[in-house]
Design a protein around this ligand. Structure first.
Ligand SMILES: Cc1cc2nc3c(=O)[nH]c(=O)nc-3n(C[C@H](O)[C@H](O)[C@H](O)COP(=O)(O)OP(=O)(O)OC[C@H]3O[C@@H](n4cnc5c(N)ncnc54)[C@H](O)[C@@H]3O)c2cc1C
Length: 669
């Protein structure tokens, strides 16, 4: 059977002509960003240790003179706040949750990668970097991948030491397993609860600092604006979600570790409250937004079963170690899975990618599943999924072993669907998941606003155009524990002797006024539709126009439609209740307002990037086999968008060069 190339709505090369006028209207081209230009004669493996040596230090007695705001208490934020607190800085930590351990990181299931190469399978730090850079389709910064790999070795020991109970082999060594996009076993895990165990450990480390008095924790507090004065970030404006009180907090530096924006799609695998507000409001104040269109669709989400559901659930990628993915050969085959004989099943990933099989990277697996569904071979009541089958694995290693490996995931699946994955195959489908885009930052994780740092999924680092499984918990930990605690002090050292911005400074009062006006404006619209109605429509539109695959004309139409929804939002939104008190409608309305602008930026970035790379699949740019066709001549850079005063955008470029991993076409066959 030949693979199904994606439907192409325009002849190659015509999209840019059709959309050039729209692009010109929407965006200007700015200058290149300094980024990180690695000279060919410099060993990338040494860059991080050299940079650490270059960093300025703050002596222990001076540290308590500095205050740092950390927004977010997920893996990245909790690690950063705890480490800075332990070092002796004063930290103000914020989360909109009622407790740090409820951050979205708690939901991660599968595992965390480390280049420790403890299995004799030919893994190494260099191979980790190669897999990561190649997996990201050469649209990430190579030097970042080296830091990620190098610090990964420390991360596992550190997280274990502070309480993460990693799984062990019989002989006592930490156990590992494989994830998509690699052929070695480098993923450390705690059954299907890795995020939860890491988050519990990180939260406890944070609370230890709260008890020690170095960290002040503000729960139920949502950052709604960034205070920029003298050209640098000096504070934030927060709304107390219980009382509605809006107040400013100032500091010498601000760290945003506020997670990813995949929920812009409404139905996503993320926690329902994850959002883009903190990052987008920093973007409005001048922080560049990098690669916003690079969104990962996870191949093992549960299929949508009703138009009214509010999210999709993820089945961990680790299941692809033992589960085999297939569809019936006959389109529309009505038979139950177990009645379809072996000869009439198409194990399409094993067929198309024999070298990686079911462990192809997520973008490849998601596109392949979508091809099968579009070609009519989807399964389940809505014909919108593919099978993930454990029958072979159970026959090979027994049910007990499979239960030990994935028991809680199987229980979760049964709870969600009422089906028993031990006796009939799971049904899975691509779902919006991880944001490779985020606030642009330099190698020190500082954004384009001096003094504003970013960590974890809120940033753009490491993953390029496609994030390999189990590299995200790692990046959150590396940023939080082993990068920001060195790079933030490097900035603070230049501010010795300076006070925090006074609360009556005009920059502060202006930011507070702006925030109060913003909340009031939402309440005063007085229309007829609640915020979720707009969000749901926006999500459907994005899945359609800026989803697993995109085309120039579709994206151009998407921009028009996003604008129409936004106009309707600002004239017909209804927010019940009062501003001064607990009011979740206000919270949601503010987040949806930001999503509407974010969606436009995502479509613009996708329209602008006239190539296919990783998760960004432009139907105009595909090989005859239906694979993504990159254009390194014109697009070997990260786009970093600046928002102009009139609401249009200016694109800056960080050129990307690759020294240790030469440019190559991704091939998982
Ligand atoms: C279902 C699922 C499973 C996953 N499994 C894996 C896996 O197995 N391996 C892997 O590597 N990755 C996995 N990931 C990805 C990974 O979990 C995330 O990328 C990572 O946890 C993000 O951590 P973070 O610290 O950046 O952000 P988060 O954990 O999302 O934390 C964000 C924090 O910011 C706070 N916040 C946000 N906005 C504001 C605001 N405006 N004001 C105040 N506070 C705010 C929140 O309250 C929260 O404390 C998974 C993701 C999902 C959705």
């Amino acid at each position: 059977m030949t693979p199904v190339p994606h439907a192409t709505s325009t002849a190659p090369g015509t999209a840019i002509a059709d959309t050039a006028a729209l692009l010109d209207d929407l965006r200007a081209i700015g200058e290149d960003l300094p980024g990180f230009d690695l000279p060919a004669d410099r060993d990338p493996a040494k860059v991080w240790s050299e940079r650490k040596l270059d960093y300025r230090l703050v002596s222990p007695l001076n540290r308590r003179k500095f205050t740092v705001i950390v927004v977010g208490t997920g893996l990245a934020g909790a690690g950063c706040a705890a480490a800075l607190g332990e070092l002796g800085y004063r930290v103000e930590a914020f989360t909109f949750h009622d407790a740090p351990r409820r951050a979205h990181s708690v939901a991660a299931q599968g595992g965390i990668n480390a280049a420790r190469a403890r299995k004799v399978d030919n893994d190494s730090l260099a191979r980790f970097v190669k897999d990561t850079v190649k997996g990201g389709d050469f649209r990430g910064r190579e030097a970042d991948a080296w830091r990620l790999g190098e610090e990964s070795i420390r991360v596992i020991d550190h997280m274990e030491a502070i309480g993460a109970p990693f799984a062990r082999e019989y002989g006592g060594q930490l156990a590992t397993r494989s994830f998509g996009g690699v052929q070695v076993s480098r993923t450390y895990y705690t059954r299907g609860q890795t995020g939860q165990q890491l988050q519990v450990a990180a939260s406890q480390a944070l609370l230890r600092q709260v008890a020690a008095g170095t960290v002040t924790l503000h729960t139920r507090s949502e950052m709604l604006d960034l205070i920029v004065s003298d050209g640098r970030a000096q504070g934030i404006v927060v709304r107390d979600l219980l009382t509605g009180r809006i107040r400013p907090v100032t500091a010498h530096a601000v760290v945003l570790a506020t997670g990813g924006y995949g929920n812009v799609y409404f139905k996503s695998t993320l926690a329902k409250n994850s959002n883009v507000t903190a990052a987008f409001r920093a973007h409005r104040r001048g922080a560049h937004f990098a690669n916003p269109c690079l969104i990962q669709f996870h191949p093992t989400a549960l299929p949508v079963s009703s138009p009214w559901q509010s999210k999709t659930i993820l089945m961990s990628e680790s299941l692809r170690n033992d589960g085999r993915i297939w569809v019936p050969v006959e389109p529309g085959d009505p038979r139950p899975a177990n009645d379809i004989p072996e000869a009439e099943r198409d194990y399409y990933l094993e067929r198309r990618y024999p070298a990686f099989g079911n462990l192809t990277p997520r973008d490849v697996a998601s596109r392949a599943a979508r091809d099968e569904i579009v070609a009519g071979r989807g399964v389940g009541p809505l014909k919108n999924s593919v099978y993930l089958d454990f029958a072979d694995a159970i026959a090979r290693v027994g049910k007990k072993v499979i239960t030990e490996r994935y028991g809680n995931l199987f229980e979760m699946y049964t709870d969600a669907t009422g089906e028993d994955p031990y006796t009939e195959p799971m049904r899975i489908a691509p779902g919006a998941h991880f944001a490779m885009g985020g606030l642009w930052s330099d190698y020190d994780l500082m954004t384009s606003i001096p003094g504003l740092f970013v960590g974890g999924e809120a940033g753009w680092g490491y993953h390029g155009a496609n994030r390999l499984g189990a590299n995200s918990l790692l990046s959150a930990c590396v940023d939080g524990w082993f990068t920001l605690p060195f790079s933030v002090p490097n900035h603070l050292a230049t501010l010795l002797g300076s006070d925090r911005l006074a609360l009556d400074d005009p920059a502060v009062t202006e930011a507070v006024r702006r925030t109060e006006d913003g909340v009031r404006a939402l309440l005063e619209i007085g229309g007829s539709q609640g915020p979720d109605r707009f969000h749901r429509r926006l999500g459907e539109l994005l899945y359609d126009k800026c989803g697993v695959s995109r085309s120039g004309p579709e994206l151009a139409a998407g921009i028009e439609q996003v604008r129409a929804i936004r106009e309707e939002f600002w004239s017909d939104l209804r927010v019940e209740g009062r501003p001064d008190g607990f009011n979740q409608e206000i919270e949601r309305a503010g987040r949806v307002a930001d999503y509407l602008d974010m969606a436009e930026l995502m479509c613009l970035d996708a329209l602008d990037r006239d190539e296919s790379c990783g998760a960004h699949f432009r139907t105009e740019h595909q090989t005859p086999q239906g694979e993504a066709q990159r254009d390194d001549v014109h697009w070997r850079f990260a786009s970093a968008w600046e928002r102009m005063a009139d609401g249009r955008y200016r694109r800056h470029q960080e050129p990307l060069n690759f020294v240790s991993v030469p440019l190559q076409t991704r091939d998982y066959r």
